[in-house]
Design a protein around this ligand. Structure first.
Ligand SMILES: O=C(O)CCC(=O)C(=O)O
Ligand SMILES: [Fe+2]
Length: 192
């Protein structure tokens, strides 16, 4: 895996984590089999429909709360267990939980945030697999204003964030006016 070499971060990127044929079949299965939900989020006292669909799966019953939403996981289906085990072989990390995001088009997005909820522990380890249309992923440092980074998350890629990354950096998937197809993102996390 290739390190991103950003200050105060521990981020790695691998463009071909999954084979293309595997990506296509996995995308179709997840797109059709998952009961995707659209939750309302609360930001600065106002309520908005989240600009994407989500789903939560885990090996346990631990909930995940963020932006005023409390998600209850369903048990990992077979396809996600296979990916979880593949991640364990590649990274040595045992992930317990997976939050999935479905971006239906360029107007779906994920605003600036850090994955720093207390359930994720002191230094969250997050493995993010992308399927379908490529989308840009932006990073900005909390205090070093000139420190910014942008990378394209490709079909079948893996982005791994760990160490102090969530303390010092925020990330986002911006909206785009380009005509882009659907994208599914799987973010494996540890919630014990
Ligand atoms: O869709 C992505 O690549 C990022 C998702 C993300 O940041 C999150 O779910 O916390
Ligand atoms: Fe995130």
């Amino acid at each position: 895996m290739k390190p991103l070499l950003l200050p105060d971060a521990d981020i790695f990127y691998e463009s071909n984590f999954l084979e293309t044929s595997k990506c296509d079949s996995l995308f179709k299965t997840l797109r059709t089999q998952i009961a995707w939900q659209q939750d309302d989020i609360k930001l600065f006292g106002k309520t908005y429909a989240q600009p994407r669909l989500t789903a939560l799966f885990a090996e346990n019953k631990k909930t995940y709360s963020y932006s005023g939403i409390k998600m209850e996981p369903k048990l990992f289906p077979e396809e996600l267990l296979i990916l979880r085990d593949q991640l364990k072989r590649a990274t040595g990390i045992h992930f317990t939980t997976c939050l999935l995001n479905l971006y239906r088009d360029g107007q779906d997005s994920n605003g600036w945030h850090a994955d720093n909820e207390k359930e994720l522990g002191e230094n969250p380890q997050i493995a993010s697999i992308s399927l379908g249309a490529p989308r840009f992923f932006k990073l900005k440092h909390n205090s070093l204003k000139e420190e910014k980074h942008k990378l394209l998350l490709e079909n079948g890629s893996l982005l791994l964030m760990k160490g102090t990354t969530q303390h010092y950096w925020k990330h986002e998937i911006p909206k785009t006016k380009k005509h882009v197809g659907e994208r599914i993102n799987l973010t494996f996390r540890i919630i014990k």
